[in-house]
Design a protein around this ligand. Structure first.
Ligand SMILES: NC(=O)c1ccc[n+]([C@@H]2O[C@H](COP(=O)([O-])OP(=O)(O)OC[C@H]3O[C@@H](n4cnc5c(N)ncnc54)[C@H](OP(=O)(O)O)[C@@H]3O)[C@@H](O)[C@H]2O)c1
Length: 334
């Protein structure tokens, strides 16, 4: 079977290789992968920025969807033909995260989904929402579950206001899920065209952060001076100070990402004054994924994805690096 792996760091090191076809052992499931989605984390992983000590070669990518091709002895949860996706952290099934549950992340601690076939434990899978194609469902394990838990961190009621940063995978899922919950969404982007697309998905108001860098002030204006209830914080040190400026008193920052590299001093006074809560988010458990899938099935939500043949894996990773995409980038296995 074909896999794509990297033996040294760098996008150009991502190469296809022939591996022996894997067989499921007791309690394991063989999945024929039909589609894989990329996350910014996969790009960091391939470039050696996520974990410079990563053991190589490694098959990247946490997110993939496919069908069960065979099951090992003792497997009763799954049968051949079931449509499934792997869960991000193979050992985090339920409850709060612990050091033990955080081990076993696909495409990091262990080989990932950028392969024709993968063998996973029978507990490390969820069933796909029926209305979604494999390509659509491949977008869910990391970005969507993260957005789902970011919104959950705000204990939002319908009518609350959320601010999303940019229009990448996590942010567009946060927009779609927030609209599903009856929550108002403000968003910033570096592109007028992307803001227009976000509006078509329900964005209530948008601002170009390249033209107007003081988006924290804009968010306050949009909320009558009060501030937003929650920021889906994908930028990190380069955006956190403004995110703190944008929240209301008692508001929440769902701290997720590291996209904006430039470090600004952290305005500690704002954290105290606003009684801000900064909640770290690390994807989520299998139970979170299953609950989100129920909501996706109920509302018919369709992920926003651009599709490419997986032979273009390198080019699509480079595309993610350039940040020209909107929503998710998906590779389909031919
Ligand atoms: N903690 C977790 O569990 C978890 C899970 C998933 C992702 N993450 C992290 O979250 C971040 C987002 O991941 P992703 O996969 O959604 O990334 P992505 O799809 O690559 O998103 C990139 C987009 O972010 C926007 N952006 C970049 N710099 C920005 C800035 N300074 N201010 C505002 N927006 C900016 C841009 O949107 P525009 O072009 O519209 O401006 C860009 O297109 C990454 O750092 C990733 O590692 C963490």
């Amino acid at each position: 079977m074909l896999v794509a792996q990297f033996s040294s760091f760098g996008i150009d090191s991502l190469e296809f290789a022939e591996h022996p076809a894997p067989q499921p052992g007791p309690g394991e499931v063989l999945v024929r992968v039909h589609a894989i989605s990329l996350n910014y984390r996969d790009l960091l992983m391939v470039k050696g920025l996520y974990n410079p000590k990563l053991k190589l070669p490694r098959i990247p990518c946490s997110d993939g969807a496919g069908e069960v091709a065979a099951v090992g002895d003792g497997v009763t949860r799954w049968k051949t033909g079931d449509r499934v996706a792997g869960i991000f952290m193979q050992n985090w099934l339920d409850g709060p995260l612990t050091p033990a549950k955080s081990k076993g992340a696909l495409g990091g601690d262990i080989d990932g989904m950028l392969a024709e076939y993968v063998v996973l434990r029978d507990t490390g899978l969820v069933r796909l929402p029926e209305h979604l194609s494999y390509a659509e469902a491949a977008t869910l394990p990391c970005a969507a579950v993260t957005a789902w838990n970011a919104l959950a961190a705000g204990s939002l009621k319908p009518g609350a206001t959320v601010l999303i940063l940019g229009t990448g995978g996590v942010s567009i899922f946060a927009l779609q899920l927030a609209r599903m919950m009856g929550v108002r969404v403000l968003g910033i982007s570096g592109s007028a065209t992307k803001l227009e697309r976000a509006r078509s998905l329900g964005l209530d108001a948008g601002l170009n952060y390249r033209e107007t860098p003081a988006w924290d002030r804009w968010a306050l204006e949009q909320t009558g001076g009060e501030g937003v209830d929650l920021v889906v914080e994908v930028g990190g040190m380069g955006t956190l100070p403004r995110s703190l400026g944008a929240i209301r008193m008692g508001g929440v920052i769902a701290q997720i990402g590291v996209l904006a590299g430039v470090a600004e001093p952290l305005p500690l006074a704002l954290i105290l004054h606003k009684q801000a809560r900064i909640q770290g988010i690390y994807v989520g458990s299998r139970k979170d994924f299953e609950e989100m899938n129920q909501a996706i099935t109920l509302t018919g939500l369709r992920p926003v994805a651009e599709l490419f043949p997986w032979s273009q894996a390198r080019e699509v990773m480079a595309r993610m690096e350039q940040a020209s995409h909107f929503g998710k980038l998906v590779l389909t296995v031919e």
